[in-house]
Design a protein around this ligand. Structure first.
Ligand SMILES: [Zn+2]
Length: 232
């Protein structure tokens, strides 16, 4: 936020929204979205997605503090869709060999990454340390896998060619250890897409126990409507 001081972050948005909404004695509904989680998953820039996920974690903490003071508040935390993104292990620059794939550790060989938070702001000081998470997407256009984050600019998987098809962006062709990855989406897709994996829903507060097991998303709506006494 030091870099873009004019932009309110999620906790600022939460504080501002609650200040207005809690004036209604009948109660309120607030939906707060960490929109950049999705926005950065589209260009396969998972480190920036994780950055916004940490920001989201901070606002959940804020909401939980609010619920402590207002125990009649139902707090629901979930996502609206997934992005076929998974952690496979770690990438360790210090592993021997020239092939970057030999530097990917899986299962017990993955160990732990060496992210640090020396300034204590809750975010890694460097999103691409020497031993970092190995994160891959399952649905994507052609792109160059670089196994590292660029702190300066958002990753761009593909660009349009003269026939109007999206092909891997050559600007990453020379990244050390990086390599071409064939896409599996139609060639008119420039980015990763939303996927339909099940999502975790966590809740606390009145009637939160109504959220359990396997549920359809429309059933969550009913739990919210009941919490607001909007119907039977
Ligand atoms: Zn999206």
């Amino acid at each position: 936020m030091q870099k873009y001081p004019d932009q309110p972050d999620l906790t600022d948005s939460f504080d501002a929204a609650v200040k207005v909404l809690e004036q209604n004695k009948e109660g309120f509904f607030l939906m707060l979205e960490a929109g950049l989680v999705d926005k950065f998953s589209h260009p396969l820039d998972w480190t920036r997605s994780v950055g916004d996920t940490i920001a989201f974690d901070k606002v959940v903490e804020r909401a939980k503090e609010y619920c402590k003071k207002h125990p009649d508040t139902l707090l629901i935390v979930t996502g609206d869709h997934s992005h076929s993104i998974s952690v496979a292990g770690t990438v360790d620059d210090n592993k021997p060999g020239d092939d970057i794939r030999d530097k990917v550790g899986v299962y017990a060989d993955a160990g732990y990454p060496n992210y640090e938070d020396k300034d204590g702001d809750g975010f890694p000081d460097d999103f691409s340390p020497s031993k970092r998470l190995a994160v891959f997407f399952g649905a994507h256009p052609d792109y160059y896998e670089t196994y590292r984050a660029d702190p300066k600019k958002t990753f761009n998987p593909a660009v349009k060619d003269e026939k109007g098809c999206y092909v891997a962006d050559k600007q990453y062709a020379g990244v050390p250890g990086g390599h071409f990855v064939e896409g599996n989406l139609p060639r008119n897709e420039s980015q990763g897409v939303h996927t339909v994996d099940d999502l975790v829903v966590t809740t606390q507060g009145p009637n939160s126990s109504a959220v359990r097991g396997f549920m359809n998303s429309t059933e969550i709506f009913r739990v919210m409507a009941e919490a607001l006494a909007l119907g039977r």
